[in-house]
Design a protein around this ligand. Structure first.
Ligand SMILES: Cc1cc2nc3c(=O)[nH]c(=O)nc-3n(C[C@H](O)[C@H](O)[C@H](O)COP(=O)(O)OP(=O)(O)OC[C@H]3O[C@@H](n4cnc5c(N)ncnc54)[C@H](O)[C@@H]3O)c2cc1C
Length: 407
């Protein structure tokens, strides 16, 4: 096997996970071919929060500087009661966060993140990105892995050291390493919308304090998160509401009566958002069972949502995808034993962290959607915590550094 082939990494999927992984391998001298099913890479206008554990890696990959041009550095994450609008708790961010966790907390449009990652991929001579290329299957053999990829020109066979399955929550590659394959509908639908800060909806939100911060409005069985993007000229909104299973897409439609019902008892400025005739897009929240295998020691690793899609209550799915890519490349390139041993070690090290993040998301869900006595307890708990103490509760998550690989 040639030297190039012995290092060639094949990545299925050019989302956050796939693009970051490609950069992480390429900066360490491993050539990468990314195969992306979509003919054209387009991100919708939705937003994303990137916490310091993720921006630290993006900074090392040289991507953060481009993000700073349009991203907002929110001053805090604020929890408010969606009915009374009373502030329940506040985690300070901004310059304090940057000092505490040694990297910024930012909010931005997904399309800005994708553009910055793609620009870096294009500049990296070791990376080839092929769009309109659907990775259908892969076989493991003595020299590594061969993927079978369907393109408009016919089926291409691509060989390499290993295949990284970064093909998202509805991954077709998940079955390849012996896992059962399917994701599970969580019973919740994410409603998403971006509003201009100058629009009536934007002005209504700003009038209730949604400016320069990430605000989570909590309510029994429902919450709405609002944060600024595009230098503050727009606000990204995500509401989580129970709902029925629907088509697996980022841009679905649903009768707004469902949202209106969920928001019926919230403050008028919030209620109006479900009632102003503007379009929301909906996304069914699917998760992947935590006990499925993520690697086949012969040369397959699943990362990001393909491995461990989670409910977005900790706003960490994208951050975990970024951490996965960086740690996988460090483990594989820095290995002193076999590839299988490196992949197994990587999976073990990632499992404990991902499990903790998933537990954090479940706790947030219970707290944010609580009613009655549980909600009262939550409010009392938050009242007696100082903002600094609340921030300290995130040190394990945001202060995380990629482990040093000793081989
Ligand atoms: C409402 C909501 C809010 C969220 N907010 C946040 C947040 O604030 N912060 C955060 O960190 N995370 C957040 N997340 C989670 C985050 O969006 C995901 O974890 C992240 O986008 C997963 O990235 P990925 O690359 O693993 O998958 P994807 O982004 O789904 O990318 C998968 C790619 O693989 C391609 N593909 C699929 N099959 C194939 C194939 N067979 N061959 C080739 N290509 C293929 C797809 O076309 C796609 O481009 C949120 C999620 C939701 C639902």
């Amino acid at each position: 096997m040639s030297e190039a082939r012995s290092r060639q990494v094949i990545v299925a999927g050019a989302g956050i996970a796939g693009l970051t992984t490609a950069l992480s391998f390429a900066v360490r001298g491993y050539p990468v071919r990314i195969f992306e099913r979509a003919p054209k890479l387009e991100e919708n206008g939705a937003g994303i929060q990137l916490s310091p554990n993720a921006t630290r890696i993006l900074d090392r990959l040289g991507v953060l500087a481009a993000l700073r041009l349009t991203a907002v550095r929110p001053s805090a994450v604020i929890l408010r009661d969606a009915a009374s609008l009373a502030e329940l708790g506040r985690v300070p961010l901004g310059a304090g966060a940057e000092q505490r966790w040694k990297a910024p907390y930012i909010t931005l449009k997904r399309s800005d993140l994708q553009s910055a990652l793609l620009a870096h991929v294009a500049r990296e001579p070791g990376i080839e990105l092929v769009t309109g290329a659907d990775v259908k299957s892969a076989s493991l053999h003595a020299h590594g892995v061969t993927a079978s990829v369907e393109t408009a020109a016919g089926t291409v066979r691509a060989g390499g050291l290993m295949l990284v399955g970064a093909d998202g929550v509805w991954s077709k590659l998940r079955g390849l390493n012996g896992s059962a394959g399917n994701s599970r509908f969580s019973g919740e639908i994410a409603w998403r919308r971006t509003v201009s800060a100058n629009s009536p909806a934007g002005k209504a939100l700003i009038s209730i304090g949604v400016t320069g911060a990430v605000t989570a409005f909590v309510h029994p069985g429902f919450h709405l998160v609002a944060y600024p993007v595009s230098g503050g000229s727009a606000l990204n909104l995500v509401a989580m509401v129970a709902g029925a299973a629907m088509a697996e897409t980022w841009s679905g439609k649903m009768d707004s009566a469902v949202l209106k019902r969920a928001m019926a008892r919230t403050a008028p400025a919030l209620r109006g958002l479900a009632d102003d005739g503007e379009a929301w897009t909906v996304w069914p929240i699917h998760t992947v069972a935590a006990d499925e295998p993520w690697v086949a020691p012969g040369g397959i690793a699943l990362i990001g949502d393909a491995a461990h899609a989670m409910v977005p209550y900790a706003a960490q799915g994208g951050a975990m995808a970024i951490e996965d890519g960086e740690t996988l490349a460090a483990r594989v390139v820095g290995r002193q034993g076999t590839l299988g041993a490196a992949l197994t070690a990587w999976e073990k090290e990632r499992r404990s962290r991902i499990a903790r993040v998933v537990r954090r998301g479940a706790t947030n869900r219970r707290a944010w959607h609580a009613a009655g006595a549980v909600a009262k307890l939550r409010n009392v708990y938050l009242k007696v915590q100082s903002p600094t103490r609340l921030a300290a509760g995130f040190d394990w998550l945001y202060g995380w550094e990629p482990p040093v690989i000793k081989g």
